[in-house]
Design a protein around this ligand. Sequence first.
Ligand code: ZN
Ligand code: ZN
Length: 445
Amino acid sequence: MILRQPDPTELWFLPLGGCGEIGMNLNLFGHNGQWLMVDCGITFERTAQGEQRIEMPATAAAEHLLDDLCGMIATHAHEDHIGALHHLKPALKAPIYTTPFTAGVIREKFRQATVQPTLHEVTSYTSKTIGPFTVTWLPITHSTPETHALLIETPAGNLLHTADWKMDLMPVVGKPFDPKLFTHSHLPQIDAAIVDSTNALQPGFSKSEGDVKKGLAAAIKQAEGRVFIGCFASNIARIKMLGDIASSNNRHLALAGRSLLRMTQIARRCGYLTDDFPEIPLSDLAYLPNAYSTLIATGSQGEVGSALYRLSRNQHPQLAVTPGDRIILSAKTIPGNETAVASMIRGFIAQGAEVIAADQHPSLDLHASGHPNAGELEQLYRLMCPRIAVPVHGESRHMAANASIAKQAGVNRCLSGSNGDLFVLSEPSMIKRNWLSTGRVVVDQ
Ligand SMILES: [Zn+2]
Ligand SMILES: [Zn+2]
């Protein structure tokens, strides 16, 4: 069936992924016969047999709409936002717009691809005309550098897409959250705000990366032996603070895991890690006294084959855990990975190490989420005063919580739907349920 295209008086939002689920975000905005894609991510799915596979949103039903794609925007470098860009059909020739750090991560993904994307690098506050859309990049704080919210203006209405965000006043890398940028007096009238719902069920405010720096500093200072820290490779602020903490405790720092090496290389090129980052080669770490050694490693989710996984099983080719070592898991356990993480922790304890996991010790401030709690959502709605709130980036319970916060904050209308629903954001605003058939395709086993 050939679907109708939006006319010059209409502004549409069509999520193909990430609406009603956490992961594989793919948002399409339509106006005047053209479409703008915001993010194109993957999700990790565990099969009934316990194997993990990578999936992305199915785009087959949207194929003829995507013939009229004028551009793609990557809001930040997380896999649930950019992980599927190189799996999109090469026929999608629209240029990708993003900031230098995210562009660096995207280039790595396309390294082995035969067709290379056209990448346009932008910086904070840039405004660009992309087809019938005028897009302005507004810096916002999150758990990876250069995350940007998008102001999308059209003659049929204006949108603000928050991307993933939190109000971090001490972010360690990048500038603190600037409420002025999101205040209604600073913005044109926002007809619809498309808003991250991940932590809408958590009351109050999220912790800052600045709090985590204090928490990790205390946990590392108390350690007598070697310290191994597991964290997400894309959290450059966390890696930078670990460098600072290691230096001030006279410890050397090594990195283990391919994604960490890749991410830190891009962070160095973009100036987020400088020459004072106290990194030494992993092969040198074994020759240092334990009290002078720190290691950041991938595998905080217990992923098979990761550096932490191999260390927990005494299978790492360059390093072994010794009694008295301290393992700090500076990450939350993503639902579904509990068994793998518990088994990894048991492996460390069996080798005589002590394990401190952020999940088990929330008061130690060993990890902060990159998403807004209820208090932050309410503040954002009160600052921005959008006409319509559209919760995304969450399961239905997270999106329902986000919608009720919007209502409390005085937003009159909330459109809550899921992947494949067509959100008409111009008046008369409405949702056309199941407008397009959606689904997932497996991209890697
Ligand atoms: Zn996300
Ligand atoms: Zn994110």
